[in-house]
Unconditional design. Structure first.
Lengths: 115, 113
């Protein structure tokens, strides 16, 4: 079963360090999403790609955050100069966008802890 | 802007009892509605969805939900729960022309034997 995969599953870092997460979507899915989930809350939308184009970014995505999807396949999310408030679960989802609605399939997430 | 409110943060029930998890939404345009389940240390799995048509939708694992436009609600129900239903449940809305989902805060369902 080749679902959405994310790497690493867990990351512990010190404040001020840079971190990068990777998401591999379901093959043939052209849309890819990043969400952030803090403890006790539902996921919050961060950004969305259609193929390699980043089409929407949330105001939550400060200038310390950058996401790429260089060849329209896997995506990376980088956080520079991490802060303790960045501690969260980062979820990736993908969908096959052929219509207005398309089901989003979620990966297991990367749990970030900033010390 | 859209918003979702899940009225209960935690719901404890006994095994084989019925359960209802409540969800209300706010939107000025037509919405799509979803319920996702999240088991410990896992991603979100789609339980069911409402796109259009019949207001009663059936999903996996015996769950169903009813869309009530006048009350802007989409409550999730199961007539008889099992220990394996212990998880976090999230209600979410999407709108036409936008790709993001807006999630509620989640309801933790705990099944007691």
């Amino acid at each position: 079963d080749t679902g959405v995969s994310q790497d690493p599953r867990h990351k512990i870092t010190k404040r001020g360090q840079n971190v990068t997460f990777r998401c591999d979507p379901i093959s043939e899915h052209n849309r890819l999403y990043w969400y952030r989930q803090t403890l006790g809350q539902g996921p919050e939308f961060l950004t969305y790609f259609q193929n390699e184009a980043q089409l929407e970014k949330s105001r939550l995505l400060s200038d310390r955050f950058s996401a790429e999807r260089p060849k329209g396949s896997f995506s990376t999310l980088e956080i520079q100069r991490t802060e303790q408030g960045d501690s969260a679960m980062y979820l990736c989802a993908s969908s096959l966008g052929t219509s207005d609605y398309n089901e989003q399939f979620f990966g297991p997430g990367t749990r970030l802890t900033v010390l | 802007a859209q918003s979702v409110t899940q009225l209960d943060s935690q719901v404890p029930v006994f095994e084989e009892a019925p359960v209802e998890l409540r969800c209300n939404y706010s939107s000025s345009v037509s919405v799509y509605l979803f319920w996702y389940v999240q088991y410990p240390n896992q991603g979100l799995q789609l339980l069911l969805k409402y796109l259009s048509g019949s207001t009663l939708v059936k999903g996996i694992n015996g769950f169903e939900a009813e869309f009530n436009k006048s009350q802007t609600s989409f409550h999730l129900r199961k007539p008889s729960v099992h220990i394996s239903d212990t998880a976090e449940y999230f209600c979410a809305v999407g709108i036409q022309g936008a790709q993001k989902l807006v999630f509620g805060q989640g309801t933790r369902l705990t099944i007691n034997p």
